[in-house]
Design a protein. Structure first.
Length: 235
């Protein structure tokens, strides 16, 4: 854990000047990973929550939160109950707090420039079994994360002027027509009027989205769709 914390150059992670304090992140994560009582967990929470990954007094989140999320989830899984509770509070705040303008996105390993909230939700879903096992707190986090749905295209077929996109859906696609961002090759394209043609069934993530006024060639396999509304979630 300590090696993973130190492997990140937190000072190189972008954040709003005067708000983001990168020198708080590594010490906060170190203290939290070794915390064995409420006092140490609170000390770590203060470091991380007052300019490290969020600024809880102003209610804002920084890109460092998405990088810290897997570490916080591992601490929650393996650490002392006080450390677990602090990590979960920080993750909840990070998911809900809006980012500052100009610091709304993070680059994911596949190159997707995802809204910060969507990247955080993706990490939470990767630990769904653990969070579900925690009871109400974990299930609440997953329910909040579900609003930040993600669809990965596997293949497409033309259907009149529309395209039926087949792939995997994580999270909860809302009812009615929706707008989305299409991410592929480092570029993002706005899409409008998406509807869920076939929802996932029997615990399978397989689904089909109808995308109007687009040719299948515009929707390549491996492209990722994210909710467009997250673009405007900023301070």
């Amino acid at each position: 854990m300590l090696e993973r914390i130190e492997a990140v150059d937190w000072g190189a992670v972008p954040g709003p000047p005067g708000w983001y304090e990168p020198e708080r992140v590594a010490p906060g994560l170190r203290v939290l990973s070794g915390a064995s009582n409420l006092v140490r967990a609170a000390e770590a929470g203060s470091l991380l929550g007052c300019g490290g990954i969020v600024h809880d007094h102003s209610g804002s989140v920084f890109p460092a939160a998405a990088i810290a999320a897997p570490l916080l989830l591992d601490i929650a899984r393996r650490g002392h109950p006080a450390a677990r509770d602090t990590a979960l509070v920080l993750l909840d705040e990070a998911l809900w707090f809006p980012p500052h303008a100009g610091y709304e996105r993070v680059t994911e390993p596949d190159g997707t420039e995802a809204p910060l909230c969507c990247a955080l939700a993706h990490h939470l879903r990767a630990h769904a079994d653990f969070l579900t096992g925690l009871g109400g707190t974990g299930r609440s986090l997953l329910a909040d994360a579900a609003a930040h749905w993600r669809f990965e295209i596997r293949e497409c077929a033309a259907d009149g002027d529309d395209t039926a996109a087949f792939g995997t859906l994580t999270g909860r696609f809302p009812e009615g027509a929706r707008s989305a961002e299409l991410h592929h090759g480092g570029n993002a394209t706005a899409l409008n009027g998406l509807t869920l043609e076939y929802p996932p069934e029997d615990d399978s993530p397989e689904a089909c989205l109808r995308i109007p006024d687009r040719h299948p060639d515009e929707l390549p396999p491996g492209a990722v769709l994210l909710p467009a509304r997250c673009r405007d979630r900023e301070r």
